[in-house]
Structure formats: C-alpha cells, structure tokens
Design a protein around this ligand. Structure first.
Ligand SMILES: [Zn+2]
Length: 278
C-alpha cells in the first residue's frame, strides 16, 4: 500500500490519550516497518502523544527495549505471544527465550509483561498445554517484577479467567483488545481488571462488543490500536497506526453516552495508573 492510500488523519482529540497497545516492529503485507518518529509525530498531532510498544517474540522484545530508550513517547511491554510459545517449545527453545524475556522485562521503561494469554483460534489442541504453562509463567513474572500484565484472549475467555483466578492476577491486569460479552465485562470490572478496546468496537458486526463496552465503568477503560492490525471503521483493511485512535475513542464515547473530553480524561488517567509516568 502506498503512502497515498493511508487513511486521512481524523480531527484531533480535545485531551491527549495513550495508545496502550501497538506493534511498531511489525509491518503489514511485508511492507516497510513504520518510521518511528513519523508515527509518533502523526499520532501526537491528533492527541495521541504516548504509546505502549508491545514486543511479543524475541526479536520484537529486543526491538522494544531498544526504542523505549530512544523515544520519550514510548513505554514498552515484552512477552512471548501465546502462539509463539508452542513454536518455541517445539524447537526446544522456550526456556532460553523465557530467560531472555525475564531479563528484558526488568528494564525500567518496560512497564508491561505482555501480550501473553491464550489463543485457541490459531493454536490447536496440541499447543494448549504449553500455552497455559506459558501464561502462568508470565503472570508470575509480572508479579515478581511489579509490572502490569497485558492479556491476549482469543476464543479462550473461560480459561483466561480461570487461570487468572488460580494464579492470582497482578495488581494491574489489562485485557488487551477486549472481545468478551456483557457478562465477561462485568466479571472483569468486578475483579478490578482493565478492559482495553481496539478498533474492533467500531466494526459493523460488533454489536455484542459494544454492549460489553456500554456496561464497563469509565475507571476500567483503556484504548488501543493493536496496530498494524484492526484498523477502525471506515478504514478496515488499511494499515492501522496510532494516529487513528481518535476514531475509536469517538465511537466509544457514543456507545458510553459520555462526551469525548470526559472519556479522554478517564483514558489518560487509567493509562497512567496502569503504566506509570512516561
Ligand atoms: Zn497485539
């Protein structure tokens, strides 16, 4: 996709918010990796001056620790993705990879262990045991290091909630790209978890997700891109980036029936409570 095909910048938000989950190390369709300074500048221009860069394999985690030292707009998260853990285990490399993640996670600007969790969509039954063990290991790591936890949950709601309860969730636990229903949103909010909504909440076929958002208290909410994936409407299919967060925030405000400044204030405050200062 050429630069000219990129969605135009939306109107700026009245109060700056944080993109709490993006992958600046990943390019779409084998295109070039985004230029970091440009990505940060474009986002800052529409009221998204800070973001959490998530590296969820070893190369991505090394990239994350490198860039958070060089760009004040970025904090980081590192982990082994639930689809990555079984691949590493099959090659006998999981223990070594975990040791390196543990080292990288100790960096003072890495504020998140994530994304970890469960993915029963892309990984078949043969990988479930490794995924669950890896998830438990990441939960323990977040608690030992005093970091927040970001969870990837795809088609695995019940097991994610069960394992969090069994292990004891870290003090700051985020369901990244929340995809549950009303009952799950209520359960997560009651447990004190944060629910991070992505561009999926703008999709036409996502009425159930909007219902879940509508019952989520303002003090539990975060917003994210999961860029370069999950581009909000009306640009579904184009590459996503943090400068498109205002589209998701405005859609969320509509669902919650709050004004945009009120929602932005909550999103910014919650992000600082979860990740600390930039
Ligand atoms: Zn992600």
């Amino acid at each position: 996709m050429s630069r000219d095909d990129r969605p135009p910048a939306p109107a700026p938000l009245p109060i700056p918010v944080v993109d709490n989950h993006t992958h600046l190390d990943i390019s779409r369709d084998d295109g070039p990796r985004p230029d970091l300074q440009q990505a940060i500048d474009e986002a800052a221009a529409v009221g998204v001056p800070r973001m959490v860069q998530i590296g969820c394999d070893l190369p991505g985690a090394r990239f994350t620790v490198d860039v958070i030292d060089r760009y004040a707009a970025l904090l980081g998260g590192v982990a082994l993705h639930p689809n990555e853990a079984p691949r590493l285990a099959a090659r006998g490399e999981l223990a070594g990879a975990q040791a390196e993640i543990e080292q990288l996670a100790a960096h003072p600007r890495v504020r998140v262990v994530g994304e970890t969790g469960l993915d029963y969509y892309r990984t078949g039954p043969e990988g479930v045991g490794v995924q669950q063990d890896s998830f438990r290991w990441h939960i323990d790591l977040a608690k030992r290091l005093g970091k927040a936890l970001q969870i990837h949950d795809r088609d695995a709601h019940d097991d994610v909630l069960r394992i969090l309860k069994e292990e004891g969730a870290p003090e700051r636990t985020v369901l990244h790209c929340f995809s549950g229903d009303i009952a799950m949103a209520r359960e997560c909010a009651e447990r004190g978890y944060y629910l991070s909504f992505a561009g999926t909440v703008t999709f036409k076929n996502a009425a159930g997700l909007r219902d879940a958002l509508a019952v989520t208290p303002l003090d539990r909410l975060l917003v994210e891109t999961d860029a370069p994936y999950l581009t909000p409407s009306p640009h579904r299919g184009a590459p996503n980036a943090s400068y498109l967060v205002p589209l998701t925030v405005r859609a969320m405000a509509g669902v919650l029936t709050v004004d945009v400044p009120t929602l932005c204030t909550s999103l910014a405050r919650n992000s600082e409570l979860v990740y600390g200062d930039w």
